[in-house]
Design a protein around this ligand. Sequence first.
Ligand SMILES: C[S@@+](CC[C@H](N)C(=O)[O-])C[C@H]1O[C@@H](n2cnc3c(N)ncnc32)[C@H](O)[C@@H]1O
Length: 265
Amino acid sequence: MTEWVALREDDGRAYLVKRIPGEVKVKGLGRFDAEKLLEGFSVGDRIKVGQKSLSIVDAGLPEARRNMSRRAQVIGAKDSGFLVSWMGVGVGSKVLEGGHGSGGLAMHLATVMGTSGTLISVESRSEHAEVGKKNMDKLREVLPEFPDWRLIEGDLSEVGPEVSEICDSLDAAIIDIAEPWNVMAEIGPLVRTGGRMACYCPTSAQLEKSWNKCEELGMVVEWCGEVIERRWSKASKGGVRPGNQPMGHTAFLLISAKVAEEGQE
Ligand SMILES: C[S@@+](CC[C@H](N)C(=O)[O-])C[C@H]1O[C@@H](n2cnc3c(N)ncnc32)[C@H](O)[C@@H]1O
């Protein structure tokens, strides 16, 4: 049984706490001995810590993400969820993602892959890999199931042989670096026929170059565009309406599929 719980404020802010003896410092809550603090309390109870009134809940992806360390820009729920669904990532999938950065996307992927999944993350900057690993190591402790996760500290343009040693072929590869087209010729061949390769492109220039590269590699673009999120809120004088703060642009997504080579029929 996981020793982690989340202490949740009513507005959704949450603090991850490990139920073990010894004083710890939890950012936003202060210093305390978690085991003593939680003595006599169970998941589902309400507890007071300092001035804060908190619900004790099982920790999952949303709570882990609210507590994650960030260095590079992360892919959020809006785009991660879309990629997971469109690329068919699930229990037992074999997936590569890079650059790993702070592990934002990798955390979403790991949550749905189960222990039979294999997730390979690639990151060229050691200081980013360190932050991503810290976030993933914590998530591993929090989730009931976690894939076989491998972190390769290296360049996506050179990872082919190392990836092939881990698994024969990939079901999905997601590339989130400034110049995806420079690594797609290395990553594309690792994807099985019927598998998918996606690029996360903040600008239209990146999107166009990646699209052209996909076609050059014989891959078929299945979905291209951006996911727009518009939240609603409760108006003070009654009614519900779109909020005043629209979610700005994040990135264009390009999802391509690998098809069988011509001339084999
Ligand atoms: C925007 S961040 C990735 C964020 C990550 N996908 C997330 O959701 O948290 C881009 C990362 O790619 C790494 N990177 C850039 N070029 C790379 C390459 N050729 N191979 C591996 N990593 C690379 C950068 O160091 C950086 O950490």
